[in-house]
Design a binder for this molecule. Structure first.
Ligand SMILES: Cc1cc2nc3c(=O)[nH]c(=O)nc-3n(C[C@H](O)[C@H](O)[C@H](O)COP(=O)(O)OP(=O)(O)OC[C@H]3O[C@@H](n4cnc5c(N)ncnc54)[C@H](O)[C@@H]3O)c2cc1C
Length: 434
């Protein structure tokens, strides 16, 4: 019997029959070939039950590090965390072109759910992948890229762990760079009015909106040819540990204990935002510690629909019978060609809504899902949503192609779990999967 498993947000649990920790390709292939139901898992940072292993769990914590470097192409073992990867790239003078908010995820886990950061001329992490090696259901090792098994490559870069166990990922990196970071308070309407301009002229823009007010924090990060001028260790500790985690955590606890204070606390937090300007190595700007636990849903909507969706979300928040303590996060990405990418075929705005763990969230998330759904919104594969294969098929032009590749790679459904049954349907690829 394996050890019971829970994800970071405590929204998913599993009791795998056993947990394998392969440390070589042979061990990985043997673990896959010898199991009838098997599932790889990363760091458990998905909010959905996507990583739940009903049979054998494969934990890749012993399968880390760089395999090969060739110019700006870096091949890493799939269990390497983004934190480890960033440190290894620092030594090579390289970096990831873009990253999300945290670095706890494994490389394979992050790409498999479509993890992204922000930047109107940049895609999510999976767009930085140029080749993958996977162990398929029969234990065979295959390689795919734009020129080798292109269909498998189109599917497996954001493969939801449904096609096989990724063993290595080759990433196109960029020379290490410094970001000039400026974070400052603003007003929602003013930011929306200039958002198209902002996203066009800044490398990375996002904002966090305090939904019981019109206050936002805007974050603008731009590449500069200047040396890093980071926040001092003391200031960093104060800003991130004391304010963003310690003090914010206390505010959240208070809101949970005395729900009637939530709206006021949210407004006060919005009013207390102050400016922060510094320059630092890219990943030290992209990534910040997140110790306050929350639940989250996120939808990718067409860029042009952002204003309408936020206006309707604002009205929905006002109708809720409870308050919302955690801000709404808005980011952007360039459209891409990955089959199950939430940004497939269209420039995208990402809207993420959160609530502190233990506070009511279902009506809030459901209302947002309706609003985003009306403009063809696509849910992040790793964040809470209730869509099934029938609805998702309408939102992804290559959905049936993905199901075809899945049926070829894993005809017996060895890698499935209840989440994949819901979002992809029958592993045989037959039926509409609704
Ligand atoms: C605090 C927090 C902040 C976050 N910030 C962001 C953000 O800024 N942007 C964003 O887009 N998302 C964000 N996320 C979501 C997160 O990036 C994704 O859910 C990601 O998938 C988690 O990676 P993981 O390593 O924990 O994978 P897990 O959640 O453990 O697994 C995710 C999927 O990857 C599959 N998988 C894992 N390893 C392999 C493998 N070797 N081969 C094939 N499949 C594999 C699993 O089977 C599963 O389907 C955040 C989540 C949290 C909790």
């Amino acid at each position: 019997m394996g050890t019971p498993w829970t994800n970071w947000a405590r929204t998913a649990t599993a009791n795998p029959h056993r947990v394998e920790h392969p440390a070589s390709i042979d061990e990985l292939a043997t673990a896959v070939a010898g199991a009838s139901l098997v599932r790889p898992r990363g760091s458990g940072h998905s909010f959905t039950d996507i990583a739940v292993a009903p049979g054998v769990a494969i934990d890749l914590d012993a399968w880390t590090g760089i395999v090969e470097v060739s110019g700006d192409l870096v091949t890493v073992r799939s269990g390497t965390t983004l934190h480890q990867l960033n440190a290894l790239l620092d030594v090579l003078g390289l970096a990831m072109a873009n990253l999300g908010d945290i670095d706890a995820q494994t490389v394979a886990g992050a790409i498999s759910t479509g993890t992204h950061g922000t930047g109107a001329k940049l895609g999510g992490l999976a767009t930085q992948v140029v080749a993958l090696e996977l162990v398929l259901a029969d234990g065979s090792l295959v390689r795919c890229s734009a020129s080798e098994r292109p269909d498998l490559f189109g599917a497996a870069r954001i493969g939801l762990g449904a096609l096989g166990v990724i063993s290595t990922v080759t990433l196109r990196c960029v020379p290490a760079f410094v970001l000039h970071a400026r974070e400052f308070p603003g007003r929602l309407d003013a930011v929306l009015d200039e958002f198209d301009h902002l996203t066009a002229v800044e490398d990375h823009v996002e904002f966090h909106w305090f939904p019981h007010s019109d206050r936002v924090i805007v974050k603008r990060n731009n590449r500069v040819d200047e040396p890093a001028a980071p926040l001092s260790a003391l200031r960093r500790f104060y800003e991130y540990e004391v304010m963003e985690n310690g003090a914010f955590g206390l505010v959240c606890k208070l809101a949970r204990a005395v729900p009637s204070t939530t709206r006021t606390l949210n407004r006060v937090c919005g009013a207390l935002v102050s400016e922060r300007v510094y320059r630092d190595v890219s990943h030290r700007v992209f990534v910040t510690p997140r110790r306050v636990r929350f639940v989250e849903t996120e939808y990718a909507v067409p860029r042009a629909a952002l204003h309408d969706v936020l206006r309707e979300l604002r009205a929905a928040v006002a109708r809720l019978d409870h308050g919302v303590i955690v801000p709404v996060e808005v980011r952007v990405a360039q459209g891409d060609d990955i089959w199950l990418s939430t940004a497939h075929g269209r420039d995208t705005a990402y809207i993420a809504v959160h609530q502190y763990l233990g506070m009511p969230y279902r009506r809030y998330f459901d209302a947002f899902e309706q609003i985003a759904g009306a403009v063809g919104g696509r849910p992040h594969w790793g964040k809470l949503h209730s869509l099934t294969a029938g609805a998702l098929r309408d939102r992804y032009p290559r959905f049936d192609d993905f199901r075809r590749v899945r049926a070829d790679a894993d005809p017996g459904g060895k890698f499935t779990n209840p989440y994949l049954d819901r979002v992809l349907g029958d592993p045989s690829g037959t039926g509409d999967g609704a």
